[in-house]
Design a protein. Sequence first.
Length: 374
Amino acid sequence: MGNDEQDIFLKPTILKPAAEHGSEITRRFAMNRVGRMFAAALQDRSIRLYAADDCTEMQRMQDDFLSTSLAFSPRGDIVASGTVERMVKLWDIRSGECIGALEGHTYPVLSLSFSPDGSRLVSGSGDTSLIIWDIENRSLVRQMKGHGFYVVTVDWDPRGNRIVSGSVDANICEWDAETGKMLARHNDHRTAVREVRFSPDGLLLASGSSDLTLLLWDTSYKPMKVAHTLQRHESEVRALGFSSDGRYLASGSGDKAIYLWDVATQTVRGEASTMGEIDGIEWYPSRSAFLTADGTGAIIRWDVRDMNAMLEPFQSLLREIETANDPSRRNEFIQKYETLCTQYDEGTLQSKRMFYVVWQCKRALGLLKGTARQ
């Protein structure tokens, strides 16, 4: 797996810096369907809505208990939170008020996912069960049992007919979203399943585990089948997200590493790292970028950029310098070089391939220490 063609640069922009106080640590976060805002549940027991572009705070909901899971309604009007007090709470994003408290679990609610039309919500809990809720009537529709330990991740098939859950028991379960019947139990992971995520068209499911692997499932089969095993992370795979066009899968882990996988070829096309273990990944629906939340409290936007397109201006300048071979034009070329550098942030210029071509330009211009030309 070490010979992947890494031709994508993940350009970071810090939207929310690392927390100065423990109360500002982000525990959970979720993007709304149109990508205009995201919700973050913080250690101070608040749930805050931020503008997705610049992280301006738009709304704040205050709970008395810590949030252990979060989901945005596809309709865009409600944020659901699961709490340590064993409830699912529904929050009106306009007023910031709690408009519903759903009771039925006997342990903290660790995962949430809305149905594609927003009419129902499924919750997974430390009590090993899942519950489907009717949002309109604020009522329990059915409870599903079959896991042997905490249900820490759940996702609703975009096609509406299936729910998939993952547990600390290392199993992934498929459920009929209408009847609540278990369709299959899969034990392909060796240890705890940390995250399950459907692709936007529902044809694939990705699962990440403490066994360091990522599995890609073909969901056209009933029950679904493992299509590919992806291995690169050196710590548990904690967060996953498909791009809106389904081309890429971003994965994040406890070792602070982010990988961008090409879904068609199952190769790593780009990589980056954060300051803390990665807790969540959310893609913007209408742009080639995603957000990560990590253990430091930072929220970072990663723009997916073509590495070759970014290298080209420096390579072009290098060719020009070498072709001209004219010392009298040195100041002109230095000016061009410095102008080019201002168009890239420091992190970009320090990335491996970029650093090398920049170094070549500096060498050709005699800007490296000890190589100054007269």
